[in-house]
Design a protein around this ligand. Structure first.
Ligand code: SF4
Ligand code: SF4
Length: 323
């Protein structure tokens, strides 16, 4: 019983502490309610901290974890796009800097190259990779939640063909396109048109492929930020491992929406390159062969630590996530 409340209480205290620091130290009101009325930020801090404690309590149960991860991811995406909509049509109070940013993940690569300057979204993205590894692509990205919605259901069997070729090709095209746009001094209007077109192409991939294959084709084979995450995640020490008790029954494969548990991955006893540490596969394995790994920590504690970090980061994003 005590073990079960340690994690929710820790998330409550940590999220509350971090948001309190932001509320006290940052001059511009970062929390949404504070911008509407003085003291509103404190109400938001208590509400979000409770929400964090509740969610991590639910996610402690391996069988519930995937469902709650998807619920909070969807809530984040709806909330994020609602703020974009309100920022454009109601008031710029809903926007992060008062300026509009295109909410397309590829912009985090193309934008800084094209403008040749740092971007707050890119810095945020890199710090979440340090803290949570690939969780950006399993519960933080507003776009990935849409791909997740399109890919509902049992995935089509077999590996995604030519995935590595497509994902690296798109990443190179985006980088090259941004360099050329800078060299030829493309106007902001045309740069925005190119960014929006790329975002729409992503929707086409979701409609044509993710929906049919019932797996996240957009995130696993198209999005250039997803490809960067696949590489950069190794700066974070958390891993998903398959131990020697695995008898290759393939039950976990149907749970992986990221095409990371194909027969070769399972035979190699290692989830594939596109694994996002979402943890959905754990409950599918009757032998408990799939586990979180963090140095030499016991797997249950490693999973709890990962939940603590990812749910806390999610809650902080959720409290401040404007565009
Ligand atoms: S792959 Fe791209 S769209 Fe998908 S979750 Fe990651 S950053 Fe977002
Ligand atoms: S291998 Fe498991 S943890 Fe990795 S993406 Fe697939 S379901 Fe998620």
């Amino acid at each position: 019983m005590i073990r079960k409340i340690v994690l929710p209480v820790s998330v409550f205290l940590f999220v509350g502490f971090m948001l309190t620091m932001i509320q006290l130290k940052v001059e511009m009101p970062m929390l949404l309610l504070e911008r509407f009325f003085k003291g509103g930020g404190w109400i938001e801090i208590v509400a979000v901290s409770f929400f964090g404690a509740f969610v991590v309590h639910k996610m402690q149960n391996v069988r519930e974890s995937g469902r709650w991860r998807k619920i909070i991811w969807t809530i984040y995406s709806v909330w994020f796009f609602a703020q974009l909509f309100l920022g454009i049509f109601a008031s710029d109070i809903f926007l992060l800097t008062g300026k509009l940013h295109l909410p397309i993940p590829a912009m985090m690569i193309a934008g800084p190259i094209f403008r040749w300057q740092k971007s707050i979204m890119t810095l945020l993205f890199l710090s979440t990779i340090m803290l949570t590894g690939p969780a950006w692509c399993s519960q933080l990205c507003y776009f990935g939640a849409i791909d997740n919605a399109f890919s509902k259901g049992k995935p089509v069997r077999g590996p995604l063909k030519n995935k590595m070729v497509y994902k690296h090709g798109v990443l190179l095209l985006v980088i090259l396109g941004a360099i050329l746009a800078r060299v030829f001094n493309l106007s902001m209007t045309w740069a925005a048109v190119a960014g929006i077109s790329f975002g729409l192409a992503g929707f086409v991939v979701m409609i044509l492929f993710s929906r049919r294959q019932r797996r996240m084709v957009h995130c696993s084979a198209f999005c250039p930020i997803g490809t960067l995450v696949n590489y950069l995640r190794f700066v974070n020490p958390f891993r998903m491992v398959i131990d020697s008790s695995c008898d290759s029954c393939m039950a976990c494969s149907a749970k992986c929406n990221y095409d990371a548990l194909n027969i070769t991955d399972i035979r190699n006893k290692k989830p594939g390159f596109t694994c996002t540490l979402c943890g959905d596969c754990i409950s599918a394995c009757k032998k408990n062969s799939l586990q979180y790994n963090f140095f030499s920590m016991n797997p249950a504690n490693a999973r709890n630590l990962y939940l603590f970090i990812t749910v806390s980061v999610y809650m902080i994003f959720f409290a401040m996530g404007r565009i």
